[in-house]
Design a protein around this ligand. Structure first.
Ligand code: UT7
Length: 324
């Protein structure tokens, strides 16, 4: 018995930060950001609005779409790198908010791949007897952002997406999940400070070590290569070809990465879900947010073959192939 996605939901904070706003903050331009990334605007959480606030709203919508009560959840997995606090887990805060008293709850750290990793873990739990698993990707990336660094501050945004996994009927559901990591490339994207290596201190704050650092150009090249390879790996594992795919939902980091990958694969852009123009890169929230928009927009139909693919810090990369 494999897992199927019984319902999806998403939530983004109200405040919109446009490229024009960023032009007033750093030496950048709307034209550069749109051409180099595909991003036009992103959402920013309100002061005091934390990852569990966004995640719980997305989760409520996913539960409503699935027609499943929070009390029936067995497990809540929350993918985030911007959780409410180091302790307890953001998953426990969401469990509390939902009243999901029976559910085990924990966070999963795999940066932008977190949601696809958590789907793989959730699927494994369903295959071994769990009934309903809630998977949430939620991020307040604005808290990690250095608003004086034009190399990174134009890229990220805040948001949340969620999916309820239930046992599948017939041949629907998660056909495969492939999870990968290469820790030798950990320094391509990182937040150096704030953990046990460099605990919070005035010095750390003064040096800006609490902010996200990225070697964008190198990351770009590895992303294109690994996403193409992982897509081919997932298709081969299911005896499928690119032509069989109805929808491709990639991590929304950069339109140019996505175009390069789908060109190499020979996949038409009409089959690709894109929303980075409105939300930027929301890390673990990126794929569930895009998936929920596709579902609610009627782009995913019963029987469709859907591939999710993510790439991010770690480095990590991952795919999931789903018969809807
Ligand atoms: O979600 C995790 C995974 N993350 C990714 O996949 C991100 C991967 N990387 C990227 O998306 C791209 O590398 C970026 C969008 C981050 C950067 O685009 P790029 O085309 O690789 O630019 P670059 O870093 O090679 O920089 C080109 C130029 C530089 O100027 P010089 O040295 O040529 O004079 C930068 O200083 O663009 C400059 N630049 C900017 N100019 C205007 C960098 N950021 C900006 C900016 N506005 N915001």
């Amino acid at each position: 018995m494999r897992a199927c996605i019984a319902g999806t939901g998403s939530y983004v904070p109200e405040r919109v930060l446009t490229n024009a706003d960023l032009e007033r903050m750093v030496a950048t331009s709307d034209a550069w950001i749109v051409e180099r990334t595909g991003i036009r605007e992103r959402r920013i959480a309100a002061p005091g609005e934390a990852a569990s606030d966004l995640g719980a709203k997305a989760a409520e919508r996913a539960l409503a779409a699935a027609g499943i009560a929070a009390a029936d959840l067995d497990l809540i997995l929350v993918a985030t790198c911007t959780g409410d606090s180091p302790l307890p887990s953001t998953a426990c805060m969401i469990q509390h908010r939902l009243g999901a008293r029976r559910a085990a709850a924990c966070d999963l750290s795999a940066a932008c791949c977190g949601f696809v990793y958590a789907l793989g873990v959730g699927d494994a739990y369903i295959r071994t007897g769990s009934r309903h698993v809630l998977v949430v990707g939620t991020e307040v990336m604005s808290m990690l952002t250095d608003w004086t660094d034009r190399n990174t501050c134009v890229l990220f945004g805040d948001g949340a997406g969620a999916a309820v996994l239930s046992p599948s009927e017939g041949d629907r559901g998660m056909l495969s999940s492939h999870l990968h990591a290469d820790g030798t490339l950990w320094d391509l994207i990182c937040v150096p400070g704030g953990g046990s290596r460099l605990p919070p201190s005035e010095k750390l704050l003064a040096e800006g070590q609490q902010h996200i650092k990225m070697k964008g150009n190198e990351t770009f090249k590895v992303a294109v290569k690994t996403l193409e390879e992982a897509a081919r790996e997932a298709l081969a594992a299911n005896n499928l070809t690119v032509e069989d795919l109805d929808l491709y939902v990639p991590h929304q980091a950069n339109i140019r990465i996505i175009k390069a990958v789908v060109t190499r694969l020979g996949l038409p852009m009409e089959k690709v879900v894109l929303n980075m123009d409105r939300y930027g890169n929301t890390s673990a929230a990126s794929i569930p947010l895009a998936l929920d928009e596709a579902v609610r927009g009627g782009r995913v139909k019963a029987g469709n073959l859907v591939m999710l693919e993510a790439f991010g810090a770690g480095l990590t990369w991952a795919s999931a192939v789903i018969r809807w």
